[in-house]
Design a protein around this ligand. Structure first.
Ligand SMILES: [Zn+2]
Ligand SMILES: [Zn+2]
Length: 125
């Protein structure tokens, strides 16, 4: 009787796999593992592909604690203020001043969202 079939290296069927390629998922033995900052890979092709993907992700998503950009901040602020004014006008026209409690609740909610956005813009979020 043999032990539960452990995954074997896709290149060396006689060796048990020490890890799985992070990109393609192939089982790999210690000899075949290529270790990079991104993890373990079966070969340079996968390691390179993953590194490229990481670069893509890094450039596409804003990082927390990045340098504060004043231009971005004010552009966002202007857009937020504009949207806020438009929504405010719509809400005002819809509910009017006849329902101050509802208006107040809505204002508080909008302010909360605005401050949350400010926090993100300043890199605090
Ligand atoms: Zn691979
Ligand atoms: Zn191997």
């Amino acid at each position: 009787m043999s032990a539960p079939a452990a995954a074997t290296c896709y290149r060396h069927p006689s060796k048990s796999a020490a890890a799985r390629c992070r990109r393609c998922g192939k089982p790999i033995c210690r000899e075949c593992v290529i270790q990079t900052a991104d993890g373990w890979f079966c070969g340079m092709e996968c390691a390179e592909g993953a590194a490229q993907f990481q670069r893509l992700v890094a450039t596409a998503t804003p990082r927390a604690g990045r340098v504060f950009s004043a231009r971005r901040f004010f552009a966002g602020l202007a857009i937020a203020a504009g949207l806020w004014a438009i929504f405010g006008a719509i809400m005002w026209a819809r509910y009017g001043i006849g329902n101050p409690a509802r208006m107040l609740r809505w204002l508080v909610g909008m302010l909360g969202a605005l401050f949350e956005w400010l926090g993100h813009s300043l890199g605090l979020g």
